[in-house]
Ligand binder design. Sequence first.
Ligand SMILES: Cc1cc2nc3c(=O)[nH]c(=O)nc-3n(C[C@H](O)[C@H](O)[C@H](O)COP(=O)(O)O)c2cc1C
Length: 302
Amino acid sequence: MSLLDTPLCELLGVEFPIVQAPMANNALPALAAAVSAAGALGSIGGAALSADELRAAIREVRETTDRPFAVNLFAPPYLREGTLEVVLEERPHVFSFTFGVVDPAPLREVGIVVLGTATTTEEALALERAGADAVVAQGTEAGGHRGSFLDGFPLVPLAELVPACADAVSVPVVAAGGIVDGARIAQLLRLGAAGVSLGTAFLFTPEAGRPPEHLEALRSLETVVTDAYTGRPMRAARTPVLEELMAGPSPLPFPEQRKVAAEKGQLFMGGTGASQGRELAAAELVRLLVEEAEAAVSSYSD
Ligand SMILES: Cc1cc2nc3c(=O)[nH]c(=O)nc-3n(C[C@H](O)[C@H](O)[C@H](O)COP(=O)(O)O)c2cc1C
């Protein structure tokens, strides 16, 4: 058994308490398949897919691995028609959501483990009350959109959010935001996390299929949280396009602003750890993260 074994491993049906964060529009199904096959939990970021496309993505992952993986969607009103029905029919081992609350009851009834995203302890409590099996605590460091759904868009650093959520709820807490190496994974487990979720770190694997411009922007620029690109706060590389939008007029509501912004240029989402991303195959990255985290955990007990 791995030194990293926590109750989350049994809940998710994985060897290591590591989740590849869902990244809609930013990662191919091949990434989820490779991560799951390596003993962690791969995720299909399905929010931008049609029902048929989502079903095809799920089947593609299943052609590579019979290990558990997650499907992720946005909560209403951002849920695309027919996609939750596909999840109920295809029954991935895990379903995760962000931007609100998806009622876990019908999913749990068919045996799916349900994870919700929180950016404060209040949101974590709301998700636990709604019946989520575990809560993803998304710190201010996280790349991509903020999952906030109760009161504005708070920015709580992960090292504060994780222990506060672990105290507040009795379900497992999964730490997300800025994690790119195993030493940080070990620290967060020590702070009360039952597992971790890494998005940006996996953008650097070939299986994600990101274009070189994305990786170059993440390597060379700082990241910033702004609503200027999509109308909803998210963390991305501070490119000249984003700078221009940040200096411009107030954005339209999410997601309409994205259409206006896309005419100016591309967006490269990523978290605070982006400049330390390592270009490795997904399975190798999982192996390395586990090795580093196990070394750090055993040094604590020396
Ligand atoms: C490019 C990108 C796209 C993302 N898309 C989603 C998504 O579709 N659904 C979701 O729940 N979270 C999404 N996130 C947020 C991740 O779930 C997670 O909170 C974040 O990646 C953790 O921070 P890190 O990127 O620093 O590891 C996205 C993050 C990134 C970087």
